[in-house]
Design a protein around this ligand. Structure first.
Ligand code: GLY
Ligand code: MN
Ligand code: MN
Length: 470
């Protein structure tokens, strides 16, 4: 008896069952596959990475499945640096850039190949295809990715025994491959930083994917507004489900946990429990983004009066955030400092908070001391792409201390949040949270608001909700 996939109801596998399982299977190899549309873009991205590290071997793993509980993994999401450099999303893979004497690199991919049907692994092993689904063969992966592909099961030994010069590996993604590469932490961090830096300016293929993500997100928000009575009758969960259905129908998933925050939940920046009541008279802050099949995500927020009409105080807060967003967006153009849009929005909000008597002026002093942060909480935006907070490891001099360039995509998302227990503001302001968030592409002469399909100004939001309700 061979030891089988753990199943306590069966003592083992008989010789006859093992023989039966190995026979009678068709050849399903796919021939003549076309290279992925993204393959030439990924090749250019690898060339840019190669130029930064002449003479060094680079190892960029895709990652492994993470177990949720016995025999039940979380959905797999490949490391974004690997996706960017290969266009691939396979688990248990790695990209290797092997240095050449001329200073360039030869690239190849490690992949988990198909299971042979000549032993029991294909139905008893930990990554058995019969349980987990068919994988690509190495030959298929080579055609699709436009890269030589090797069996990842020999990668640790190959990497330990091969090139003995300077090497770098992205840490924290695949412990086995990481252990096989001799490197030091600081130099490995520089590789991770470079992978983030190289994503700051999107190529035309990525911009196309981001457009798809945002367009699908616009449809998701439209679904939510069209079905708000369902949420009032149930809870925030209805909104999460409505948006997620659109994401699943048109894309891969959502790029982050949807924030479906009604009433005072809108003052909680990372509210994702989404189990509260949705009451007419209060606001709904919906922050959600569809992630496409290619893993590019949108990140959009609208704050909506659940009854269809803002109260005077809600409108006052909303209009201040709207004006702050206008000021921020006006600063998004090539050559502007990255910080400009953040500072423009925050300065505007600091002035309003002084005017309302919630922080001590004058406004310049309040802004200089950052007093507005009690109510604005977050920075005004971030880069957007494969990760919702994209390029998070990029160096300051390339990102927050740099200037905007055409092809960058970022969010502009000022907000005001008055906590329900904040005794420094009048009672009717407490529990109000407003954020407006759009996704902007920096163009040659300014910017394009990719999420302009959703109403933003208070009157337009009310008119939209009235149309959808009618
Ligand atoms: N949804 C996360 C953010 O807006 O940054
Ligand atoms: Mn955001
Ligand atoms: Mn957001």
């Amino acid at each position: 008896m061979a030891k089988g996939r753990k199943n306590r109801l069966y003592p083992g596998i008989s010789e006859e069952l093992s023989a039966l399982m190995r026979t009678g299977w068709a050849d399903t190899e796919r021939h003549g596959l076309a290279p992925a549309e993204q393959a030439p873009y990924a090749a250019r991205r690898r060339a840019a990475l190669s130029a930064r590290f002449p003479g060094e071997r680079l190892v960029i793993p895709s990652g492994n499945l993470k177990v949720r509980s016995n025999d039940d993994p979380y959905p797999f999401r490949a490391y974004s640096g690997y996706v960017h450099m290969t266009g691939d999303q396979a688990r248990d893979g790695a990209l290797v850039l092997e240095p050449r004497p001329d200073g360039g690199h030869d690239a190849y991919c490690y992949q988990l190949p198909r299971d042979s049907r000549d032993d029991d692994e294909f139905w008893t092993g930990p990554t058995a295809e019969l349980w987990m689904g068919r994988r690509r063969s190495l030959a298929e992966a080579e055609l699709v990715l436009g890269l030589p592909c090797r069996d990842v099961r020999t990668a640790a030994d190959d990497l330990a025994a091969g090139f003995q010069g300077p090497s770098r590996v992205v840490r924290g993604v695949d412990p086995v491959l990481e252990a096989a590469v001799t490197s030091d932490e600081e130099r490995d961090e520089e590789l991770e930083e470079a992978l983030s830096d190289l994503r700051l300016v999107k190529d035309e293929w990525e911009i196309g994917e981001l457009r798809k993500a945002v367009d699908s997100t616009v449809r998701g928000f439209t679904d939510v507004v069209g079905d708000l009575s369902g949420a009032v009758a149930t809870s925030e969960r209805w909104i999460e489900g409505t948006f997620f259905r659109r994401a699943r129908l048109e894309g891969n998933a959502v790029g982050y946990g949807s924030i479906c925050a009604a009433g005072e939940h809108a003052t909680i920046m990372h509210w994702t429990e989404n189990d509260g009541p949705v009451r007419p008279g209060e606001l709904l802050l919906l922050d959600a983004g569809v992630e496409t099949h290619s893993l590019y995500t949108a990140d959009v927020t609208r704050t909506l009066p659940i009854s269809g009409t803002f109260t005077p105080v809600q409108r006052k807060v909303y209009e201040a955030v709207y004006e702050a967003q206008e000021a921020g967006m006006a600063a998004v153009k090539p050559g502007a400092a990255y910080r400009d849009f953040h500072e423009a929005s925050q300065r505007y909000l600091a002035a309003r908070l002084v005017e309302w008597g919630f922080i001590e002026g004058p406004a310049d002093r309040a802004y200089g001391l950052g007093l507005q942060r009690r109510f604005t909480m977050a920075g005004t935006g971030h880069m957007l792409g494969l990760d919702v907070h994209d390029c998070a490891q990029a160096r300051n001099e390339e990102y927050v201390d740099a200037v905007l360039e055409p092809g960058m995509v970022l969010t502009v998302e000022p907000g005001l949040y008055f906590q329900p227990d904040d005794l420094t503001v009048p009672e009717e302001w407490r529990g109000i949270g407003v954020r407006i968030e759009d996704d902007l592409l920096v163009t040659a002469d300014g910017h394009e608001n990719l999420s302009a399909g959703l109403p933003r100004a208070a009157d337009d939001v009310e008119a939209w909700m009235s149309r959808m309700a009618g």
